[in-house]
Design a protein around this ligand. Structure first.
Ligand code: AMP
Length: 292
């Protein structure tokens, strides 16, 4: 382990499962700790923060780039999802990345592929309600990638908090050898959580989208002031979203941090989560609430 400075050498690009697995296992046999950051590309500072954390804690950093069709619903943005491999590789060049694994579709899902992973209970509420099948696709690709890249540690963002909980549970339930870590949400100076989907937003929508974080901050402020009643807090959050011209709200929830079950009172650490549409773009965000 050790803090690595940015490598002058560009990361090695691999597209075959066998090659990347071979490299990872070879490094581990040499006593190196391998970390992985899984992405769908269109990389931004949120992804880079995971890469830096990985490189701080591991000797070898692997970034995977794969737009996983299995986690998109029929009416979702699979076709338009930003794909920019060359730009992504350039953006990783100054970072301490050793390997990039960017397979094509047939490499990951060759003819005849048909296995799906049923995700744990925590996949049920919130995103699970709004995006049926999404977490089945996520669990399947993450488990598959962890076999192809059998890293010691895998880094995920709190931005997709429910996804993190699902992967942590899956790793525990299935005795995966990889440790699952979560990293903080990276935001713009104005507070918008970075997301590859922010590229869809026009200037007016970018301004509207700020209401999502404002609603979460408002929840935090109310809790700090001693408000405990969840219905009261979520009503105020919805008002803030409406004031920002966000009308299509999938959920505004305050839940237990581990089970994601709705709370009635904020009597312990809780998670506030929002999913809403800004124009045609669906955004999610969350914030941990600490009652004093
Ligand atoms: P994605 O490419 O959107 O599938 O994201 C890949 C990983 O980056 C996931 O673990 C995300 O939670 C994480 N991530 C995405 N956006 C952010 C952000 N703004 N801050 C921190 N992590 C993020």
């Amino acid at each position: 382990m050790g803090t690595k400075v940015a490598s002058a050498v560009p990361p090695i690009l691999l597209t075959s499962r066998d090659q990347v697995r071979h490299q990872v296992i070879k490094s581990q046999r040499e006593g190196k700790r391998v970390g992985v950051v899984m992405t769908m590309g269109a990389l931004h500072e949120g992804h880079f923060s995971l890469v830096r954390r990985c490189a701080e804690e591991c000797d070898v950093t692997v970034v995977t780039i794969f737009v996983n069709p299995m986690q998109f619903g029929a009416n979702e943005d699979l076709k338009t999802y930003p794909r920019q491999l060359h730009q992504d590789l350039d953006s990783l060049q100054p970072l301490p990345v050793d390997l990039v694994f960017a397979p094509d579709h047939s490499e990951m899902f060759p003819d005849g592929y048909s296995t799906l992973v049923s995700p744990p209970h925590v996949a049920g509420p919130l995103e699970g309600q709004c995006r049926p099948g999404h977490f089945r696709g996520v669990a399947t690709i993450v488990l598959k990638l962890l076999h192809v890249v059998p890293a010691d540690t895998a880094y995920f963002g709190q931005k997709d908090y429910q996804q993190y909980l699902i992967i942590k549970r899956m790793a525990a339930d299935l005795d995966l050898a990889t440790t699952i870590r979560v990293c903080p949400i990276v935001r713009t100076p104005a507070g918008l959580a970075l997301s590859s989907r922010n590229a869809y937003l026009n200037p007016q929508e970018l301004a509207s989208a700020l209401a999502i974080y404002q609603s979460l901050q408002q929840a935090q402020q109310l809790v700090r002031e001693g408000v405990r009643h969840v219905a009261e807090i979520t009503a105020r959050m919805r008002e803030t979203l409406h004031a920002g011209r966000i009308d299509r709200i999938d959920y505004v929830a305050i839940t237990d941090c581990e089970t994601l079950e709705d709370l009635r009172h904020v009597d312990r650490r809780a998670m506030a989560l929002v999913a809403a549409h800004v124009g045609t773009t669906r955004l999610i965000d969350n914030l941990l609430l600490h009652p004093r």
